[in-house]
Design a protein around this ligand. Sequence first.
Ligand SMILES: [Fe+2]
Ligand SMILES: [Fe+2]
Length: 310
Amino acid sequence: MNAPIRSETTNPYARAIAASKRVRWDIDHDVLRGRSLEHEHNYLPDGLTLAHTLEFLSASERRFMSQVQGRSYTNMFGLVERFINTKVLELGKHHFLGDQVALEALVRFSDEELKHQELFRRVERLAASGMPGGYRFLPDANAVARVVLERSSWAVLALTCHIELFTLAHYKRSIEPDARLSPLFKDILMFHWKEESQHAVLDELEWRRVDEASSPDQREQGVTDLLALVAAVDGILQLQSAADADYVQGHLARELSPGEQARLRDTFLRAYRYQYIGSGIELTRFPEILFGLVGDAQAARIKAALGPLL
Ligand SMILES: [Fe+2]
Ligand SMILES: [Fe+2]
């Protein structure tokens, strides 16, 4: 009998490599296939956009709201992937002369995030070609990355783990089951989900590795940094939700009342806070990982800071 080969199942980094090879896709050949975004469909489901809660909007106005939020959703991924990829390359250094399997897993992770950024740039061009002018995605990927990467790896990995876990939850729970979404937009998020599944595993492995090497003071600083990053994320959401609400309003064929305008803006902000902060806490195992790593006083600080955003 042959000696058993060291199974990929015993090493989570090796499992991530195997999965990465299995699902690997090409932007043109597999995802876009020469298609354009369909104007007659939603891009994101109601559960994420909250468009269904605005009874004063017509069906086509809600659809436009869903398409604008979908455009910002993919732009937001392109944005965060800039700092995620930079951090992943930096973490790879730890494995340069050590675990070559872990190093390969991180190199593939980085390669995929570079490809995803290109995919989301292409999606932005497709979305722009079918929408009226005036849309603006305000945050700059490099400026945000510079601010984020000043914080400790513990905090950046926590934020990254959170983002990649909610990406999976959004796709599985509300995007995949929604038959009303644009087939192309859905495919884009399906292919993204396939490669993100490994990233979420690697984030957690690296976060736990960094956490184990942290002193109590470093972990305390990690919590402080994470809360600063969440506040920075919320600043971006406030800015972009207001810009997107104004863009939608500016392209309705009628004037909304001041009360309706306020509700539109408020709903955009609530939707974005749910998409990028609340849903990760509510729908994923992120809180389980986070609260398993920090002490009671740190957990209380985190809950107090998140409370007003949820
Ligand atoms: Fe990605
Ligand atoms: Fe990712």
